[in-house]
Design a protein around this ligand. Structure first.
Ligand SMILES: [Zn+2]
Ligand SMILES: [Zn+2]
Ligand SMILES: [Zn+2]
Length: 576
């Protein structure tokens, strides 16, 4: 009580003082976990809505495999007086809806909320009410260091239970940076969250704004603007992040890091130096024609590497430097770092072998726009599958007669030449698609629909009118599905949520909602790459399995490469 009176007295004294110039403090945690900042990273502070993601974590831990709820916010228990309408977890995270998170906290046992918050580094002082859980009471605090750690974990480490909830949360943090409360950051490639708290001792008179952004490479930055709001803190953080990104080696050297063999996740890779000069390798140099087995921690210098995967008999050539790490599930993560032009060559080789000149320019420009948009993976800019852009380096191009076995076609890869490159760069500066698809099937989708992030609008396809569908259907036998999903599949359906296409997969004891890429990957491992050609329209039960139906091929987002008909030729000529 004494302290409160003293605080009130201090507040009234401060009222007479002229408005202060807002002060910005930042703390940064690099990908290795080292925290730096001008002020101490070890003083516990209240961070308000930055607690919200961990409320979702506690909810997930106590609602095993349940679908996240949707609630209506009419503004009565929210910071936004007009309310946020009906929303799910992703949107509620993006706009930081108090009503949604209060309801989520109320549905979670207080002991579970306390345990999760404490495990994540928060100090809980007092009763664990829903208001305290979402950061409204000021009774929960955390140090900048532990907060940065908690967010880095959130973006990189799957939860033991309810990881689908984490995926939704991450979509919300992406949206927050795109068009939500953290949009002031004004940059792509960040997960972000804001919070606004009362300034200590100035309850209701002055606030402090918080913004936290994590980039795909795993480094995170926390900003405190005092006085200020979360929104203003995000706007102040943007230039700090922008200056750092502009100074990064990737931006200045025009290089791309590609996560290789994303669909295969190999356990063994042998690299042969196919160049004419020695390259640095594990424990010294690898001479022309010499080989080395790749091990986690290896860094190999740039040359034309021939990578062989004994498990699948695959050969892939790539002109790049290589970084080798331990990937998810104990496999090898091979990251090839190369010049941007080399990356575009590898994408064209995969997507458009023998493509017309105008097609090559259009696709190359789209690849450059994708690069400008920012990285899409934690450890690399892009993967080598259609999730980002299908990439085969210097070849060879493969056909997949069975899921685990590839046959190489002997087409020579045509490098992007100087003239093409100049035109691609020029074209990429104009607005246009950055994703592409094999065939939209007459019904293009938005990036939001497929990946739960990015643009919510679907560009109409200039050469497939609605109705120009290319329907497909696939039968998935029960035994194959059991291998793909680790248990007999009892239910399988297309269940869009908040406009995001989700595939509901139920096995005894587990219910998962997968994005298209994840479902595709799981099915491809057993039934082949073509088992789910595009996001499906419907999945129905059959006598001994399920039948999926849809249209088109690829993810159906962006520039459609399908059907080289008269309309397409005219469109592509129009781009010249
Ligand atoms: Zn709300
Ligand atoms: Zn990817
Ligand atoms: Zn199309």
């Amino acid at each position: 009580m004494k302290a409160m009176l003293a605080a009130a007295a201090a507040a009234s004294l401060l009222l007479a003082a002229p408005p202060r110039h807002p002060q910005l403090d930042t703390w940064r945690r690099d990908a290795a976990g080292t925290v730096s900042g001008a002020t101490s990273a070890d003083l516990a502070v209240a961070v308000g809505s930055l607690q919200k993601p961990f409320v979702a974590e506690a909810w997930a831990a106590t609602h095993l495999d349940a679908a996240t709820p949707r609630w209506h916010c009419d503004g009565r228990s929210c910071w936004r007086p007009s309310g946020h309408g009906t929303l799910g977890l992703a949107r509620a995270t993006a706009v930081s809806c108090n009503a949604f998170f209060l309801a989520l906290a109320a549905e979670t046992p207080p002991a579970a909320l306390r345990r999760t918050l404490e495990d994540d580094g928060f100090v809980v002082d007092g009763a664990m009410t829903p208001e305290a859980a979402i950061g409204l009471a000021g009774t929960v605090t955390i140090t900048p260091r532990r907060l940065l750690d908690a967010y880095a974990r959130l973006t990189r480490t799957p939860w033991l239970s309810g990881d689908g909830v984490r995926v939704e949360l991450l979509a919300g943090l992406r949206q927050a940076a795109g068009n939500g409360t953290a949009r002031g950051i004004g940059l792509r490639g960040y997960w972000a969250k804001t919070g606004t708290v009362d300034a200590p001792g100035r309850r209701g008179l002055e606030t402090i704004g918080w913004a936290l952004a994590v980039d795909d490479a795993g480094s995170s930055t926390l900003a405190r603007l005092s006085p200020g709001t979360g929104r203003q803190a995000a706007a102040a953080l943007g230039p700090v992040l922008g200056a750092r990104a502009a100074a990064s080696p990737a931006a200045t050297s025009g290089r791309v890091r590609v996560l290789m063999f994303e669909a295969l996740r190999p356990r063994a890779v042998r690299a042969t130096n196919g160049g004419s000069a020695p390259a640095t390798g594990p424990g010294g140099f690898v001479g022309p024609g010499a080989s080395a087995w790749l091990r986690p921690g290896d860094r190999l210098g740039e040359t034309l590497w021939e990578l062989r995967l004994p498990e699948s008999d695959l050969l892939r050539k790539v002109r790049a430097a290589l970084d080798v790490r331990t990937g998810d599930g104990g496999g090898l993560e091979v990251i090839a770092e190369m010049a941007t032009r080399e990356y575009v060559t590898g994408v064209l080789a995969a997507e458009l072998p023998g493509g017309a000149p105008s097609q090559r320019i259009a696709l190359g420009a789209a690849a450059l726009r994708l690069q400008a948009h920012g990285q899409r993976h934690a450890s690399a800019d892009f993967c080598d599958t259609t999730h980002c852009a299908w990439f085969i380096g210097r070849g060879p191009r493969l056909r997949w007669p069975s899921p685990r076995r590839a046959i190489a076609d002997d087409d020579a890869v045509r490098p992007v030449d100087d003239q093409e490159w100049a035109r691609m760069v020029e074209e990429s500066l104009r607005p246009g698609p950055m994703h592409w698809t094999s065939n939209c099937g007459g019904r293009p989708l938005s990036a939001w629909a497929v990946w739960g992030s990015g643009d919510r609008t679907a560009a109409s396809c200039p050469f497939h009118a609605a109705g120009a569908t290319r329907p497909w259907s696939r039968s998935w036998p029960d035994d194959a599905l059991a291998r793909a999903f680790g248990g007999r599949v009892t239910r399988f359906e297309v269940a869009p949520e908040d406009g995001v296409l989700r595939l509901l997969v139920e096995t005894p004891g587990a219910s998962r909602r997968l994005l298209y890429d994840d479902a595709h990957r799981a099915l491809a491992s057993v039934l082949g790459w073509d088992a789910l050609p595009s996001p499906p329209d419907r999945i129905t039960r059959t006598a001994n399995g399920f039948r999926a139906e849809g249209v088109g091929s690829g993810h159906r987002v962006g520039l459609c490469l399908g059907g080289a008909d008269a309309g397409q030729a005219a469109y592509l000529r129009g781009m010249e």
